[in-house]
Design a protein around this ligand. Structure first.
Ligand code: PEP
Ligand code: MN
Length: 465
């Protein structure tokens, strides 16, 4: 800590500062400059003199170390890894998708969702039992019965469960039925609750308060850590700003910033961070790119009819598409657990996946069962035939161009539209009309590029020497 004296400070005032510092067992280094004097304060707990700025003659107090200690990267340069039911989060582990409904609404919807998110590669299940709602008239969660349903979903799928605790009195009860205690945004400043979860043996997912600075958030983490619980995962979930177009403003710069200031694992919740279903996937990908260790995503079997947070909940196919994208970009390497490789289900599959993830290989690197190998071999043959057919088609398109005259621009737009409509009508297979249209759209674009290259060469050939 550096205490900057004002230019008019007297010698007696500088002495008073030095004595105050020393009285707290700290060292004071007085440095007299031409214009002003500064006092450097050194010691293990300089916060003891946090109020020194109120002494006469002091102009400014500059902190050179963070007020949080246990959470800070300075005191703990190694990144922390929190292991939840065998799933490691943080310290360079692969991104963990935590998914499930905002609130547990019924046994069926929870089990359906748990099975689905596991199938798509989520490695933890979320689900609210006690919901902190802005309105006392809104659905408050099923409470205790939801905890039993979450335990059933965990037993069946093997996915560890995260659920929010809203009351210090519930910490013990929740701790015996869920794997991670979530402290919600509205409770980030609830110091009684923070101390209570700090005394639990369960890891804590600490959401950022929607009006909290990063330092206040890390101080909240410090409450949990200093109460004896070292397993804290921070979760950015958006802050309130002047912007009203989104539910919150998702502060993704917090991710790299936190990586600089703390060793704790970092999760991002793009569902509450945006409040809008179509923004969730892009922001989830952005969070992964920014360095998040985990994503917390709300998924519901029927979002329009959800009892809470329907507008921001992904449908099953939307969640599947997001996981595909995370795998394509290699943020997630685990194959979907039940992707048809004849793998074990439930805890066994999770354990197998954990082993694979620990080796950074993911289940994709394990040898598939013989029927899968045979089918994949046939797919490879089909792909080779498709590639040859595409080349044949493109060659014909160039012949058409030649016959039409290379000077003439353009393709037959009406014919292209017809072709797309025709493609969309092809039935008898698993592809939907929109999927076929997308494929043919790509074929037509590639064909036009080949024609354009040919035309360009023709134009350049005729340039004056
Ligand atoms: C939640 O995740 O269910 C939730 C209520 O989030 P937040 O505390 O971030 O609003
Ligand atoms: Mn919610």
């Amino acid at each position: 800590m550096i205490v900057v004296m004002s230019p008019s400070a007297t010698k007696a005032q500088v002495t008073a500062v030095r004595r105050t510092v020393e009285a707290h067992g700290l060292q004071a280094f007085v440095s007299v400059g031409q214009e002003r004097t500064v006092v450097g304060v050194v010691g293990t707990d300089v916060e003891q003199v946090a109020n020194i700025g109120s002494l006469d003659g002091v102009e400014q107090v500059i902190r050179v170390t963070q007020p949080y200690k246990l959470a800070s990267a300075e005191h703990h340069p190694e990144r922390t890894r929190v292991v939840v039911g065998g799933v490691p989060i943080g310290q360079g582990e692969e991104l963990v998708a935590i998914a499930g409904p905002c609130s547990v609404e019924s046994r069926q919807m929870l089990l359906d969702t748990a099975r689905w998110v596991r199938h798509e590669g989520a490695r933890m299940l979320r689900g609210g039992a006690f919901k902190p709602r802005t309105s006392p008239y809104a659905f408050q969660g099923l409470g205790r019965p939801a905890l039993e349903l979450l335990a059933e979903a965990r037993a069946e799928t093997g996915l560890p469960v995260v659920s929010e605790v809203t009351d210090a009195a519930d910490v013990e009860l929740m701790g015996s039925s869920v794997d991670v205690l979530q402290v919600g945004s509205r409770n980030m400043h609830n110091f009684v609750l923070l101390r209570a979860v700090g005394q639990s043996a369960r890891p804590v997912l600490l959401k950022r308060g929607f009006g909290a600075t990063i330092e206040e958030w890390l101080m909240a983490a410090e409450y949990v850590l200093s109460s004896g619980n070292s397993d804290v995962i921070l979760c950015e979930r958006g802050i309130r700003t002047f912007e009203t177009a989104t539910r919150n403003t998702l502060d993704l710069s917090a991710v790299p910033l936190l990586r600089r200031h703390t060793h704790l694992p970092i999760a991002v919740d793009p569902s509450h961070g945006t409040g809008q279903r179509d923004l969730v996937a892009p922001m989830a990908l952005a969070a992964a790119a920014a360095g998040a260790d985990a994503l917390l995503i709300e998924v519901h079997p029927d979002p329009p009819n959800a009892l809470s947070d329907g507008p921001q909940s992904l449908s099953f196919p939307e969640f599947g598409a997001l996981m595909d994208e995370l795998r394509r970009l290699q943020f997630v390497r685990n194959g979907a657990a039940a992707a048809g490789d004849g793998e074990a289900v439930g805890r066994e599959a999770v354990a197998a996946r954990d082993g694979a993830a620990a080796g950074r290989g993911g289940s994709a690197s394990r040898a598939p069962a013989p029927p899968v190998r045979e089918l994949r071999g046939r797919i490879d043959q089909v792909d080779r035939r498709i590639a040859a057919l595409l080349q044949e088609r493109a060659a014909l398109a160039l012949e058409v161009q030649e016959a039409r005259g290379l000077d003439r621009h353009g393709h037959d737009v009406a014919r292209e539209r017809e072709l797309l409509e025709q493609a969309a009508q092809a039935s008898g297979g698993p592809l939907e009309p929109e999927e076929l249209t997308a494929i043919f759209g790509a074929i037509l674009r590639a064909s036009r590029s080949a024609q354009r290259r040919r035309a360009e060469a023709h134009v350049l050939d005729r340039r004056e020497p």
